[in-house]
Write a protein that binds this ligand. Structure first.
Ligand code: NDP
Length: 291
């Protein structure tokens, strides 16, 4: 199958590499050198220009937000072939995705939102969880292609539902990271060794992905790698809040989480990792994790 893959960032680069094991993959990236490196290293082919991607029967986008996806649709729409499947793996906005799907349907192009979770390591190891919004038939087509990228592929519902559950689940993670960092900081201030505090948390009711995997290497070992840009995470939580507003829902924890993450975004350097919000938790208390 010929697949055009657009967006070779932290996630897209390894995802396209796995797809190339089974498919003829055409790659396009805004910064062309990354596409050239991908072709050299993984046997893909660089699209001569973006519009060449419109010739592929399957197009996958892995871009920062729905707005870049929309711009890409604008550029390709006149060139698309009827019967094409557009898989948007971006963590996007369900409202935009539904409009995109309608625009593409007028060209007889199917659209599914297929955001992923599992971080860069999941993309590298092809162990992503992929949540798909679209018709049952389009889901089956997308699953057949994406099975090489993920262990768990779930049909969530109609177009937009994949994007909706993705931003909601990331919001749960954001709130958990923040709360866990606050309580572990308090433990530290109370004179409890941070590794002991983590050991107790992870053996008890406070255990989570944040306490088991995300925070220990940062707050105990002082290693703060960039794996997921805070700007992307902040975007997800803002979309989740906009969905809550749309439903006139009462979600104060979600609103607070968004405020804290957006404030952190302004305090931390550009390209900060999302777990660096733990540094802001410490700063708000006049201290740091290595103090
Ligand atoms: P990156 O920032 O690493 O990559 C973004 C990609 O989009 C790059 O290829 C970049 O091109 C391209 N891009 C940026 N702006 C434009 C534009 N205006 N036009 C065309 N291309 C553009 O992001 P990630 O790979 O980390 O994330 C991609 C998506 O996946 C996001 O929605 C994110 O929320 C989601 N996600 C990320 C995870 C992670 O752990 N990193 C985990 C799960 C989901 P260039 O190379 O030129 O900059």
């Amino acid at each position: 199958m010929k697949i055009a893959f657009i967006g070779l960032g932290a996630m897209g680069f390894p995802m396209a590499r796995h797809l190339a094991k089974e498919h003829e993959v055409l790659v396009w990236n805004r910064t062309a050198e990354k596409a050239e490196r991908h072709a050299r290293e993984h046997g893909t082919r660089v699209a001569s220009d973006l519009t060449e991607c419109a010739n592929a029967p399957v197009i996958i986008t892995m871009l920062p937000t729905s707005s870049e996806v929309d711009e890409t649709v604008d550029k390709l729409i006149e060139h698309l072939q009827p019967g094409t499947l557009w898989i948007d793996a971006t963590s996007g906005d369900p409202n935009v995705s539904r409009e995109t799907a309608k625009r593409l349907a007028r060209k007889q192009v199917a659209f599914v939102d297929a955001p992923v979770t599992g971080a860069v390591v999941g993309a590298e190891n092809a162990t992503l969880t992929i949540m798909i919004g679209g018709s049952a038939e389009d889901f089956e087509r997308a699953r057949e292609i994406l099975r090489i990228n993920g262990k768990t592929i779930i049909h969530v519902g109609d177009v937009g539902t994949g994007h909706a559950i993705k931003v909601l689940t990331n919001s749960i993670m954001g709130a958990t990271v923040w709360m866990t960092a606050e309580c572990l900081l308090l433990a530290k201030e109370l004179g409890i060794d941070i590794r002991t505090a983590l050991a107790v948390t992870n053996a008890g009711s406070g255990r989570s992905n944040a306490s088991e995997n995300l925070l220990p290497m940062r707050i105990a070992d002082g290693k703060w790698p960039l794996v997921f840009k805070l700007a992307h995470h902040d975007k997800d939580i803002r979309i989740a809040n906009s969905l809550s507003h749309q439903l006139h829902a009462s979600t104060p924890m979600l609103a607070l989480t968004q405020q804290l993450f957006s404030a952190s975004l302004h305090q931390l350097p550009e390209n900060a990792d999302y777990i660096e919000v733990a540094k802001i938790v410490a700063q708000m208390n006049g201290t740091s994790w290595d103090a």
